[in-house]
Design a protein around this ligand. Sequence first.
Ligand code: IMP
Ligand code: MG
Length: 333
Amino acid sequence: MPCTVIVGAFWGDEGKGKIISYLALKDNLDFCVRTGSVNAAHTVWHENKKYALHMVPAAFINSKTRLLIAAGANVHVAQFFKEVELTQVQNRIGVDQNASIIEEKHSAQDKASAINKGIGTTGWGVGPALEERVRRTAKLAKDIPELKPYLADEITEINDGLDQGKKVLLEGTQGFMLSLFLGGGYPYVTGRDTGASAIASEAGVGPTRVDDVIIVYKSFMTRVGAGPLPGEITKEEAQKRGWFEISAGTGRDRRSAPFDFDLAKKTAKINGATQAALTKLDCIFPACQGKRSFNDLPTDAKTFVKEVEIRTGVPVTFIGTGPDALDLIDRRK
Ligand code: IMP
Ligand code: MG
């Protein structure tokens, strides 16, 4: 803080939504800016309710936080209205006037593409929508009459907020390894750069204005869709270990693998991580469930956390021990 970027370390679904929702409450965020688009679902559990958000920033659970959709994001208008209704944020959400629109035709193009089928895209049409933006034929938020009450100048709001010392969180999308440019897995990637610098860039925040980059690791790795996953185990083995997951966005099985320390180190460096969050520790060490103090963790879990710190060189400041926003160990002090 005051300006923090949240970036996923692997192939998305690391639990960014949980860390963001915790920070929204605990640090009383003034602003939260969503980058990316509808292909990413950020899960938030709050007061026994589960939200899988594709558009509304995960910080919505703090009623004082101003929520913004970045200039570089793609807005799915129907999904936006559905989630605004669900979360009741009508009076405090804004969409940058120059964010571009993702339309039904983009989803149809995505699903009809043989290449995208092979990659296993989410089918929301984010790739085709970005193509259209590059061609300079995309509709922008300011072209959509229903969005008029929500139009904002996100870039000015955030930069003025930073001038005033407000707390700003830039919410990354998916995971670093899905980056179009940097993850190294091309063509098994998404349609945009998902690295920390790109998150700041989509929101119109210069690199020198960012104070902290929190990289979010899950205690094991998962991937949906095709492409390499080092150390991948079978679905049966994942079920036996208690970490088999189904995608919050598309309902597909998530493939999985144990935590890869070398990859974690590499992604921390490229994203310039200053802190790390380690989520779902309770999935690999069930005795961690619901714990809110490091001292209460079993020895094997503590050893794992320390190994992550030693091998990545980044302090693990947040540890997730359950689904609720507040099931978390905060080691910042
Ligand atoms: P697209 O982003 O829909 O074009 O899909 C490209 C690849 O990224 C596919 O392998 C998707 O499964 C994956 N992907 C896209 N968004 C997410 C996400 O939010 N979580 C996990 N995987 C994602
Ligand atoms: Mg997700």
